[in-house]
Design a binder for this molecule. Structure first.
Ligand code: COA
Length: 208
């Protein structure tokens, strides 16, 4: 991967409101969210089927808080969940990115992903998750990245496995009054590099 080491001036978005582009893959553009993404985020965060693992849909206020949390993460951490757009059309189809999460008494870098239901089963989540994993290794210098997933979320567990992750442990979260066992998956940079073909592999285009 060619590292996106300097800030990118380029922005995207169907209507020109899009935020800073962070990463590109063959089919996708990952960019920072902006307040103008509220309606697009609602299509996932207010869809009962998509939000099954969160025990229900978000209210408008919760969607706004979610969006504000990402904007605040960009400022404080330099990363967060990013908006995922289709390269061809600029349509926002989901979210994928990196966040700090608590595990084992410390904080770990997590690859997270949520996609609009109309865009499931196309491999987009795996494509985005891989490029985020590699960004964590190659740009942010992480040695290990995690995905912490509710044990009943088969689709998400499958993405983690396709992202080269293996189960390292488990934990229980309590959310909305529900006890939720989670499985902790991770991938290491060393294992990823060991899996590379001898001549290396260019996984992503940066935004420069
Ligand atoms: C988790 C989630 C992102 C997974 O989405 P997904 O579409 O199943 O995952 P992928 O993008 O990897 O797609 C894989 C599927 O696309 C298919 N596919 C089609 N074209 C493909 C391609 N070019 N490359 C790879 N897979 C492709 C695969 O065969 C697979 O099919 P299957 O689902 O029938 O087994 C989605 O279910 C979701 O948004 N859920 C709600 C939010 C959530 O729970 N997030 C996780 C919180 S931990």
């Amino acid at each position: 991967m060619r590292a996106a080491r300097s800030p990118c001036a380029k922005t995207r978005g169907v209507d020109g409101r899009g935020g800073k582009v962070i990463l590109e893959t063959e089919r996708l553009v990952l960019r920072e969210m902006t307040p103008g993404d509220f309606a697009a985020l609602c299509r996932t965060l207010q869809d009962a089927e998509a939000m099954y693992a969160y025990e229900g849909v978000f209210s408008d206020t919760e969607v706004r808080e979610w969006l504000d949390r990402q904007l605040s993460r960009y400022r404080s951490d330099g990363f967060g969940l990013w908006a995922v757009e289709l390269s061809g059309t600029g349509e926002l189809i989901g979210q994928c990115g990196l966040t700090w999460q608590e595990f084992d008494g410390g904080r770990v870098m997590e690859v997270g992903y949520l996609f609009e239901r109309a865009f499931w089963h196309h491999g987009y989540a795996t494509e985005a998750a891989r490029v985020c994993r590699d960004y964590a290794f190659d740009v942010l210098g992480a040695e290990e990245v995690f995905s912490i997933i509710r044990d009943t979320n088969a689709a998400s567990l499958a993405v983690a496995r396709r992202n080269g992750m293996k189960q390292r442990g488990s934990l229980v979260k309590h959310y909305r009054g529900v006890r939720m066992p989670h499985l902790v998956f991770s991938a290491t940079r060393v294992a990823r590099d060991g899996a590379l073909p001898a001549d290396g592999e260019r996984r992503t285009r940066d935004c420069g």
